[in-house]
Write a protein that binds this ligand. Structure first.
Ligand SMILES: [Zn+2]
Length: 94
């Protein structure tokens, strides 16, 4: 969350260089199916290229484009888009 112009604005920052991610980026995670079949793991946000050194012994490195990740997250959250838009309008103006 970033405080700008009197508002608290949700933004995404790269977990590797700590700068804001705008437009394109990746979501990355490590998955070791031998330890966890569900691959329930934490994710990291990254600029494209900032995550090149991200590795771990025995785990698969996986990634997804940030735009599709956010779309799937929204869809999997079962949030009604129109209700969410109206709720956001109550909190801030665009
Ligand atoms: Zn970065």
């Amino acid at each position: 969350m970033v405080h700008e112009d009197g508002l608290h604005c949700p933004k995404i920052f790269c977990d590797f260089c700590e700068k804001q991610i705008a437009e394109s980026g990746n979501v990355v995670w490590l998955c070791d199916l031998e330890k966890d079949e569900q691959c329930a793991t934490s994710i990291l946000f990254a600029h494209k290229g900032c995550d090149k050194q991200y590795t771990s012994d025995g785990a698969f490195y996986l990634w997804q484009e940030l735009d599709s990740f956010l779309f799937y997250l929204f869809n999997n959250s079962k949030i009604d888009f129109n209700k969410a838009k109206e709720h956001a309008k109550l909190l801030a103006s665009f």
